[in-house]
Structure formats: structure tokens, C-alpha cells
Design a protein around this ligand. Sequence first.
Ligand SMILES: NC(=O)C1=CN([C@@H]2O[C@H](COP(=O)(O)OP(=O)(O)OC[C@H]3O[C@@H](n4cnc5c(N)ncnc54)[C@H](OP(=O)(O)O)[C@@H]3O)[C@@H](O)[C@H]2O)[C@@H](O)CC1
Ligand SMILES: Nc1ncnc2c1ncn2[C@@H]1O[C@H](COP(=O)(O)OP(=O)(O)O)[C@@H](O)[C@H]1O
Length: 483
Amino acid sequence: MRRAWRVSDVRSAEKSLMATLPDGTLMQRAAAGLARRCALLLQEAGGVYGARVLLLVGSGDNGGDTLLAGAALARRGAQVRALLLTPERVHLAGLTALRQAGGFTVSDLPGRSDLVLDGIVGIGASGGLRPAAASIVRRLEDLRDRTGNRPPIVAVDVPSGVTVDTGDVPGEAVTADVTVTFGCLKPAHLIGPAATRCGLVDLIDIGLGPALVTDPAVRVAEAADIAGWWPRPGATSDKYTRGVVGLATGSAFYPGAALLSTAGALAGPSGMVRYAGSAHREVVRAHPSVVVADRVADAGRVQAWVCGSGLGTGDQARTELRSVLATALPVLLDADAINLLVGGEHATHLRRDAPLVLTPHDGEFKRLAGEAPGADRAGAAARLAAWTNAVVLLKGDRTIVATPSGEIWANPTGSPVLATAGSGDVLAGLLGSLLAAGMPAVRAAVTAAYVHGLAGRRAAQDGPVTAPDVASALRPVVADLLG
Ligand SMILES: NC(=O)C1=CN([C@@H]2O[C@H](COP(=O)(O)OP(=O)(O)OC[C@H]3O[C@@H](n4cnc5c(N)ncnc54)[C@H](OP(=O)(O)O)[C@@H]3O)[C@@H](O)[C@H]2O)[C@@H](O)CC1
Ligand SMILES: Nc1ncnc2c1ncn2[C@@H]1O[C@H](COP(=O)(O)OP(=O)(O)O)[C@@H](O)[C@H]1O
């Protein structure tokens, strides 16, 4: 699992660690790691000696790290030039070290460079980049040669211009090839449009770990987590003990949603899928192992319900929603079930004791929460989770999973190919199967998003992706993950 901490927590950890160390130690560790990473990049491109390195240097410690790393590269024979954004305010020890190592300052972007270090701002930035910094970032494009290639950009700690705690990109921002960060990841490395600006993220250990005593702000699951969490049948399992998932999805108008959620559920770990709804004939024809009924009341026993994908919002849909919410079982509400909650009688059921998962896209989120998720998607998802006492899976490029207690997970596997009609229905079915198999709601949501994202990527290898392709790719993805 990867974890990221908010700026205020990083600052507190830094402060308590600094109290035990000689002045400047952390910056020296950070700069040494940064220089090592840059040297590796230069070696891959032909060598450090003689390479032209450009430092973009802001007035804070982020600029200081950059100058010290530049000095280390200059000592190894690189031609290091520093463009100081505010020459009147610069990290003096860093500038002195650079000059002593043979580096020098320039007053404008040079024509050619082999590597650019973005040390304009790090975690001390507030608001979008100021005009002078924004203009330099815009002009980085001028560094492209005739073939359109530009030198690799290494962002120091975070790409300048991103909002570190939310992952928002409010204006001009650096798009890095590599981001070298120190001590721990920050939310911008994992969530929002900032995450795609980071390129490869390289974490340098500066000894901050033991001082990070607060909970992380954002977590990201890795393949090993998913494999460890995925329920597997044992010698004494039967189809009931593996969990039965019930699907109250689809309608005469949207029979496809029933089929797609069923396909998603069948790729999950539960032992049986029950479908209840008006598409029952289509479902059993396509998936003979599914036990069907035409309404929730007649469906038989299940261990978790999925309700809403393609369900419609008429009287029948209301009845089905009421039935699943009246159970003491884990319930996932998707699409129309979320729409039905808005301002209706069902809103009173939201704060139920049994686990509840909501899987809105932005439109559904806005209807339910009363406002769009906005720039701080993780914060918005966490607020809705607290208000509804539900695990909220907010769909998108980096799908967010938030719990009522404020735990945030970001999904790293998403792919734009998933933005295709019905792919959310597949996700809902899979997530329901994980709930029915007994997984805690937050893990089920994180696992489903992870596997669903990989399935989208896998399906894309064979061409344009439709939701049935995503469903078909789930099984091989699970097989790969479980090894
Ligand atoms: N924490 C740690 O553990 C460690 C931290 N380390 C390093 O320290 C970095 C943090 O350094 P920091 O605190 O000096 O802030 P930093 O990012 O350089 O920016 C502040 C400067 O930028 C300016 N500025 C602000 N907003 C701006 C904007 N929108 N657009 C343009 N300019 C803007 C602001 O100007 P002012 O508001 O004062 O006028 C101020 O001068 C961190 O990212 C990491 O690299 C490592 O060395 C060791 C371990
Ligand atoms: N730009 C994007 N990048 C990555 N994933 C996306 C993007 N847009 C949508 N998705 C994913 O595609 C799925 C779409 O779900 P949803 O909007 O419910 O579709 P439907 O209702 O048609 O099934 C979600 O899993 C969402 O996270």
C-alpha cells in the first residue's frame, strides 16, 4: 500500500525530526537523493560530464534543494545553470554551493538543456503559480527541438503549480517526467489532475518515517494488497458460504444494465448471483448460473444487495429500493438508486447500521450532495461519506473511495477507456460480489475499482472498449492478480 500525507503533517514531522538533527541535514539528504536520481537520468542519456542542466529556482527551500543538487551535479562535471525566479530572495547556502562547484546563474531560459529541474515551488506553494513563475512554466515548451522533443523535466518534491493537498491544478503547472519527492508521498502524487503531472514518482528516504505519526491523507492499494484481500474458497466452502449477491438492477428500458451488472458479479468471489427484476429472462438466457426472480421480495436469501444500475426511477424502482434498504445487509446503491435518494423518503434510510456503499459519477454526486465535487474531489467524497454514513466511491479518472471516518483511497489503475456506457454497471456487480463474500465495504470498493481499471486496460489491448469487453476482461485480470 502506498500512503500520502498532507503538508501540515509533513511539516510537523519535519519539525520534530529537525529538532534531533544538525541544521540543514534534511535538505542535504533530500538534495543528495535528488542529485543521484538526476545523475542516473543523465547517464541513461549519455553521461553526466558535460551535460547541460537547467535549474528553475524559486525563493524557498524547494529552490534550496534544487541548488544543492545542482552543485552536486556540477561537481561531477555537468554544466549547471540556475534561473533564479526571485534573485533578491534565494537560498543563499544553495547558491554559494552551486557557484563554488562551478555552476552559474542565467537571466533567461537558455536555448538548449539536457535536463531541467523544477525547483520553483514545493509544498510551500499557496494558490496558483504567480505570473512570473507561470510564464517560465509556459515557456518550457520553447525548449522543444525541431523534432518536438524537449529535455526531461524533474520536478523537485511536486510539480510546481499543483495544489499539494488536493491534487488540483488551478492554472499553469509543470508536467514532469520524473518527480523526486522527499520523506513521504503527498496527495498530489496520487489524486486529481496533479497526479498525471508527476510522471514517475521517486521517493527519497530522508528519515522522516518515524516522525509521521498522523494517519495518511490518501492511500493507494497495490496488487499485493488486492491479492491478499481477495476472498478465496476453501475446502469446506459451498456456494452459500462463499456469499450470495443479489442484483436489483436493469429495467424494461435498460435490460443491458442487468446483464452487465450480472457479468460483473459473476467475475467476483461470491458463490452465487441472484437477479431480481424485469430483465430476468434476458439474464438467465445470457448467464445460466444466475438464479432469477422478478422482484426483490421473491429473490431468496442473499448476503449483499446491489441496487440501481439501469433501474429507472418509477414506482417499481422505488419499491425495490425500499426492499433492499429495509434489509440488515450490506447494500450498494448505484445510478438510479442514488437519484431516488435525492430529497425523497429514502434519504431517511441513508444512515443505516449495515454497510452502505454509494457509487456516484459526478452528475449523481451533484444531485445527492447538492454541489459538484469541485477541485477537491477527495474532500468532497469524504464529506458525502460522513453525511450519508456510507462508503462513497466517486467515479472518475482517479476514482476516489472515501469512508465516513475520512479515510481516502485513490485508485491507480483507471483508464479513460472505461468512460463507456455501462462500464459502471459492471463495476457495481463486481463490488456487490465482494461485499457478499464478506469483504469490508471500503476494501470491496477499493478492490473493485482496482480490478475494474485493470480490466479496462486489458480490454483496450484488443481495440475500442465496450462495457461487455470490460466484463470479459475481469476474469483474466483476477487470475493474474491471484497468481
Ligand atoms: N518538509 C520536509 O520535510 C522537507 C522539505 N524540503 C524542501 O522544502 C520545500 C518546502 O520549502 P518551503 O517551505 O520554503 O516552500 P517552497 O515550496 O520552497 O515555496 C515557498 C516559496 O515559494 C513562494 N511561493 C509560494 N506560493 C507561490 C506561488 N503560488 N507562485 C510562486 N511562488 C510562490 C513563496 O514566496 P512568498 O510567499 O514568501 O513570497 C516562498 O518563497 C519542500 O517542497 C522540499 O523541496 C526538503 O529540503 C527537506 C525536507
Ligand atoms: N476519464 C476517465 N478516466 C478513467 N475512468 C473513467 C473516466 N471517466 C469515467 N471513468 C470510469 O468509467 C466508469 C463509468 O461509470 P458510469 O458513469 O456509472 O457509467 P454507466 O452508468 O454508463 O455504467 C466508472 O468506473 C468511472 O470511474
